[in-house]
Design a protein around this ligand. Structure first.
Ligand code: FAD
Length: 455
């Protein structure tokens, strides 16, 4: 067995810094005039619009602004674009460490872009096909039907909340669904939202868009990275402070200060909550309150590569181990007919998996997998990779989750500050929240608002 061991890392970029060290570096960058004077190369220290973060939102905003003839500089802390959309090839077989499914395909701008780049698109058959497994055996149709009934019974309750009922948690709703409700809803929440149901606003959940899902064999991360090509992105350049004046903003970075007419801040809300970026004057209470009202989930993946043995299981014959470490873990079998299995869990189970470190998490996932397919799995295993966004300092979680009772937080966060500082990304995306598509629609919306001069 070969475990590619790494220390604390930034996803997609081995980086031996802890979160505390990163923040210390950031503070030093703000304070050191010598560093500031090095500034951006001639002509690069000013822009019409600065964008912090080159994920789906930042890329969409930059493309829209560049097309409109605006001078743009994108500041990206990592050495690559895409943020939480990243296709990892380190196992020799590509897999999406973050976003993989192009949700609500009917209105998702990435469908058009995939077609534009000539990338193949395939339909994905959704979550309900995963066969449940526990205690050494596959569970029967009776178990599946009970779970489906509990999930179906949730919808009328959500509709009631959407049409004006009090915003409560998904767990509270699940409690009224009979014996199977709490575990059925817990597993669904942890695997789709990446969070335990007691921390999820039912109203926010109810407002999420529906639609069909597509996948791109080249990788969602690959697609997003293609859209970043040619954009004015400064990699390895974290923003450490944003200072708003009456007629411009200044953004401090280790490379110097960037002056711009407006700034679009697309860093994940977990990064905002950690105050890695210092805002002066301080952010309005409404924005601070909005940031407090949104947490981050912990959807966590473990990719397991095998030597060609398929254990008699066909591609797409996916299953879910429902008694995995306080949660459940789905196993997506041989995506795109590749010799790889993707294990996914979330919420506190995802956090616990990340706490184990890469080698421990791979062992745990492989054990759970071997419970189903047999011990032979351990002999045919080649290598694995943990995608732990919860411990990644530039994400601080998988995606935004509105806390119970705080359903207005996304709208409040989206309100521009002082007419020049715009927060945008998946966290402000309303029904498109938690997705690359939603983040990109938000990036485009904010860019258009800045172009139009509307606030
Ligand atoms: C495991 C997992 C599975 C997912 N599955 C799906 C899925 O199937 N489909 C889907 O649509 N979505 C999925 N998502 C969610 C999706 O990845 C995100 O919603 C989307 O990528 C967010 O885009 P964004 O631009 O808002 O943020 P990000 O992609 O996080 O972009 C923000 C950027 O800011 C950078 N940054 C952070 N701090 C600083 C700083 N101080 N200075 C400069 N740059 C900084 C980051 O490096 C990052 O590149 C998944 C996410 C995870 C983690």
């Amino acid at each position: 067995m070969a475990f590619p061991l790494r220390g604390p890392y930034l996803i997609g970029m081995p980086f031996p810094e802890t979160r505390r060290r990163m923040i210390a570096l950031a503070a030093a960058a703000v304070l050191s005039p010598a560093v500031l004077r090095r500034a951006f190369a001639a002509g690069e220290g000013e822009a019409d619009v600065a964008i912090i973060g080159a994920g789906g939102a930042g890329i969409a905003a930059a493309r829209t602004l560049v097309e409109a003839g605006k001078r743009v500089v994108v500041l990206e802390a990592r050495g690559r674009p895409g943020g939480r959309a990243f296709t990892d090839s380190s196992l020799g077989i590509p897999f999406d460490a973050g976003a993989a499914f192009i949700h609500f395909a009917e209105r998702n701008p990435w469908i058009g872009l995939a077609e534009h780049y000539g990338l193949e698109l395939l339909h994905w058959n959704g979550w309900t096909h995963f066969r449940p497994h526990a205690g050494g055996r596959f569970l029967g149709q009776g178990y599946i039907d009970r779970r489906l009934r509990a999930r179906k019974a949730l919808w009328p309750l959500l509709e009631k909340i959407e049409s004006g009922g009090p915003d409560t948690s998904l767990a509270q709703l699940a409690a009224s669904l009979g014996e199977d409700g709490p575990t059925a809803i817990r597993d669904m929440a942890m695997l789709s939202i990446g969070e335990n149901p007691e921390r999820i606003s039912a109203r926010d959940y109810a407002s999420l868009w529906d639609g069909s899902d597509k996948v791109v064999p080249a990788g969602y991360g690959t697609l997003v990275a293609m859209a970043a090509e040619g954009l004015p992105i400064r990699y390895g350049c974290p923003a450490t402070a944003v200072h708003a004046e009456a007629d411009h903003v200044e953004i401090a970075t280790p490379l110097g200060v960037l002056k711009a007419g407006s700034v679009i801040v697309t860093v994940p809300v977990g990064v905002l909550a950690d105050e890695v970026i210092r805002f002066t004057p301080g952010l309005p209470l409404e924005t601070v309150h909005a940031i407090e009202g949104i947490g981050m989930g912990a959807l966590t993946k473990v990719a397991l590569r095998f030597d060609g043995e398929r254990f008699g299981i066909a591609q797409g014959d996916d299953f879910v181990v429902v008694d995995f470490a306080g949660g459940a873990m789905t196993f997506e079998m041989w995506p795109f007919d590749r010799d790889i299995v993707i294990g996914t869990t979330g919420g506190d189970a995802g956090r616990a998996l990340g706490d184990m470190g890469e080698a421990g998490a791979i062992t745990a996932a492989l054990e759970a997998f071997a419970e189903v397919v047999g011990e032979e799995a351990k002999r045919r295993f080649v290598s694995g990779r943990l995608s732990d966004w919860w411990h990644d300092p530039l994400s601080q979680g998988s995606y935004s989750v509105v806390r119970p009772g705080r359903a207005g937080a996304r709208v409040a966060l989206a309100r521009p500050v002082a007419g020049r500082v715009w927060f945008c990304g998946e966290a402000t995306a309303g029904g498109g929240a938690m997705t690359v598509g939603g983040a990109s629609l938000e990036g485009r919306r904010v860019a258009k608002a800045i172009i139009a001069g509307t606030h």
